[in-house]
Design a protein around this ligand. Structure first.
Ligand code: KG4
Ligand code: ZN
Length: 338
């Protein structure tokens, strides 16, 4: 099967062509519009939607060129586009485009849950065992699942307030880091120069072993109060950012490994934009080796938003449930399994 994948859930416009027999990506492109949004300190939904509309067709056309195949019904077997969660304007562009191509070419289409894309993204580059613990950490989500099979996830716990990526981006604003702040804070956390902090931020809920939940908004507030205090006057912002991330990573790994103990599953797969962090990866691998467990990360380019993961998740959905119908709508707050 040849699957055309489309993701327009946030600011990036992504198109991929996935060949299931070889497991190869014939095209895998992400067009980032981050400079357009950075000046506003975050993604502006209206600008993102207009940008998707402008470039989605040229990007699809380029994907076919790159794959060396003709853009017609004889080549593509399935069209998969994100239907949620995400920003509604962008979702409408991607899903509408998938429906139009499906109608014009008479090729089946499926609407895909963006989070199920992240949850399967590691399988684009390696074999992954089932069942396993799956943690998705992105700009909008911090959730831990038991993954029984590619389209069968049981939610074990999630954040009560902000997502981990949202925490980094909000703290980034306090520390004057261009949006998105995750990659910069990751670099700071890796630098041993920033390892000794005069302040230790709280690790919310970490010691509560009766739940698999996160709470990151208090961590942001603790950082804000520290920055307002006299104590912060002589502390470099790199040290503060690194300490915030260390606290967040302690919480993320604490709960992921707790879930692995509880479910008696020794493999933990971590995906989503924050999984692109080399610091998180290093700490996860250290802990896994200490506890005789295994952590798996997607390739870095497939941690952040991409259409390759949507093509793969779409293929699994299609195999299990068949095609969607044209009355399928976008849903900006859809949960996994829907
Ligand atoms: O999955 P993603 O691309 O979009 C959403 O679905 O939200 O995740 C974006 C988030 C942002 O908060 C960004 O700051 C964070 O992922 N991020 C990182 C890194 N690259 C992106 N966080 C830590 N380290 C990174 N290298
Ligand atoms: Zn995402």
């Amino acid at each position: 099967m040849l699957v055309l994948g489309i993701d327009t859930s946030c600011d990036d416009t992504s198109v991929a062509i996935f060949e299931s027999e070889s497991g190869k990506l014939l095209s895998d492109r992400v067009s980032s519009d981050i400079e357009l949004h950075a000046q506003f300190g975050g993604v502006v939904p209206e600008i993102a939607a207009r940008q998707h509309l402008e470039i989605i067709i040229p990007m699809i056309s380029n994907a076919f060129d790159e794959a060396g195949i003709a853009p017609d019904p004889d080549t593509i077997d399935l069209i998969a586009a994100t239907r949620g969660p995400g920003l509604i304007g962008g979702l409408l562009v991607g899903l509408g485009c998938a429906k139009a191509l499906s109608l014009g070419w008479n090729v089946p289409f499926v609407g895909v849950n963006h989070l199920e894309g992240h949850l399967i993204s590691a399988a684009l580059s390696q074999d992954i065992p089932y069942p396993h613990i799956a943690m998705v950490v992105s700009g909008g989500h911090s959730e831990i699942y038991r993954a029984n099979s590619p389209a069968d996830y049981i939610l074990l716990g999630e954040t009560r307030d902000d997502a981990a990526g949202e925490l980094l981006d909000k703290v980034g604003r306090l520390l004057d880091i261009p949006f998105p702040a995750g990659p910069t804070i990751d670099r700071w956390a890796l630098d041993p120069e920033n390892g000794k902090s005069p302040v230790r931020f709280p690790r919310p809920l970490l010691n509560k072993t009766d739940n698999i939940e996160f709470s990151f908004s208090g961590l942001k507030t603790a950082c804000l109060y520290f920055l307002r205090s006299d104590e912060s006057a002589n502390v470099r912002r790199e040290i503060i950012g690194a300490e915030v991330f260390r606290a967040a990573v302690d919480c993320l790994l604490g709960k992921a490994f707790l879930a692995s103990d509880r479910e008696n599953l020794s493999t933990i797969i971590i995906s989503g934009g924050v999984a692109a962090s080399s610091y998180l990866k290093r700490e996860a691998e250290k802990r896994a080796s200490d506890e005789n467990k295994k952590v798996i990360f997607p390739e870095k380019r497939h941690c952040t938003d991409n259409a390759a993961m949507i093509a793969l998740a779409g293929l699994y959905k299609f195999e299990k449930y068949g095609p969607d119908t044209f009355d399928l709508d976008c849903d900006s707050s859809i949960t996994v399994g829907n």
